[in-house]
Design a protein around this ligand. Structure first.
Ligand code: ZN
Length: 92
């Protein structure tokens, strides 16, 4: 039996209002990465999780924040599954 996987995808973003999409504070000399979006210039506003077992999970099964960190709700820690993606996160 194939291992259960949860594939996380970002479905929508909005421009970071703190840095106006630049990803930093715009300083000419040594610009600092924006703290709100951590240098990405955008905030996550939509997330979709596809469970290889149950299909796309309802919004009540997970939570996420603007940085794109996803929190699974009502999942047993002993459950054997692999969380995949999103690429935006794994490349850091
Ligand atoms: Zn920002």
């Amino acid at each position: 039996m194939p291992r259960r996987t949860l594939a996380i995808r970002y479905t929508s973003f909005r421009e970071c209002p703190n840095c106006e999409g630049r990803g930093d504070d715009g300083a000419a000399w040594r610009p600092m990465p924006c703290r709100r979006c951590e240098g990405r210039g955008r905030l996550v506003t939509g997330v979709e999780i596809e469970d290889s077992l149950e299909g796309v999970l309802p919004r009540s099964r997970y939570d996420f924040n603007a940085r794109g960190e996803v929190f699974l709700l009502d999942f047993d820690e002993d459950e054997d599954f692999e969380v995949v993606g999103p690429e935006d996160q794994s490349s850091r």
